[in-house]
Design a protein around this ligand. Sequence first.
Ligand SMILES: Nc1nc2c(ncn2[C@@H]2O[C@H](COP(=O)(O)OP(=O)(O)O)[C@@H](O)[C@H]2O)c(=O)[nH]1
Ligand SMILES: Nc1ncnc2c1ncn2[C@@H]1O[C@H](COP(=O)(O)OP(=O)(O)O)[C@@H](O)[C@H]1O
Length: 311
Amino acid sequence: MATHSEASQKNNHESKKDYQPRMVIISGPSGVGKGSINNILRTHPDLHLKYSVSMTTRQPRNGEKEGLDYFFVTPERFREAIEKKELIEWAQFVGNYYGTPRQYVEAEMAKGNNVILEIEVDGATQAINTEKNVLSIFLMPPTLKDLASRLQGRQSESPEVIKKRLDKAMLEVPLKHNYQYVVENDTVQNAVAKITDILRKEKAAPYDKTTVYDKLKKMMYEIVHEDYGFFVKNWAANIKNLKDSGLITKADYKNFDAEEKLVSTLTNRLYHRNLAHGNFQDLHDKSYVRKEVQRLMFKINFFSIAQKYDE
Ligand SMILES: Nc1nc2c(ncn2[C@@H]2O[C@H](COP(=O)(O)OP(=O)(O)O)[C@@H](O)[C@H]2O)c(=O)[nH]1
Ligand SMILES: Nc1ncnc2c1ncn2[C@@H]1O[C@H](COP(=O)(O)OP(=O)(O)O)[C@@H](O)[C@H]1O
């Protein structure tokens, strides 16, 4: 006999609307691996991913195809697209213009598809601030040395342009905090696994309760229950004192659940940290998670409801 949740899950799949299509913005320094990762992501049909083809004034590289990698246009045509408001966003990058045509993105999202926008930070910031249903991901290399060797290894630019792109990368990396997620591209396979998990966790693809995030949160409940019951009680008592002394509202007090708050704060911090620079696979290992939680517990403020979210 199917449980209620399995039955509703099944119905959801039939309704096909068990996910909300998103504009998936993927940024990261030149050479980090955006194109390599997107080429694999697009082979996962269950993610309903389409790929926005940008307009650019840059010259095509060897092997790049018109209408597939880019719409390669003249500066005049690009300016016309701006004037006619054909673009969701646009920006200049190392001497060329790049922009996202609106028509295709909106048409595909209306069909229930996610659309990947592989765009640089300035344009991404515009879109994050103006568009709805955005899911933003910033890709990081493991080290700057890796970034330089990947850019050089691709052999697609002259040494002068490589230098300019590495200089630009130094300005882009500090802006990663404008994005909802930071994902390290240690290997293309791991990066694709992380992004797939994010799409499912954010219900941008058919929801799957076996995401790494959900399993981690379930494990975190067990660990908090087994090791930190005393701290949960203390936190609840501290928050009650704040309410009694009028420092927080009755409504905030009523909505505060110390165990849920501790579990979700620890889960989010560990999940985001291991996406950005850590071993994603280790999040399946309870002894690893238990050890990391010992460190993270020092970052919890047990005298406040709000938790400063840091790396
Ligand atoms: N703002 C914006 N940036 C774009 C767009 N298309 C590509 N880019 C970005 O422009 C930068 C240069 O792209 P490209 O010349 O293909 O170099 P690559 O990043 O080394 O592959 C990259 O950061 C791309 O993500 C776009 O439509 N809008
Ligand atoms: N995880 C990785 N490890 C090693 N090399 C990588 C990795 N991801 C991508 N590369 C290589 O780095 C170069 C740049 O990758 P690319 O996808 O073109 O980056 P971007 O699109 O961000 O400019 C390519 O030669 C690619 O094969």
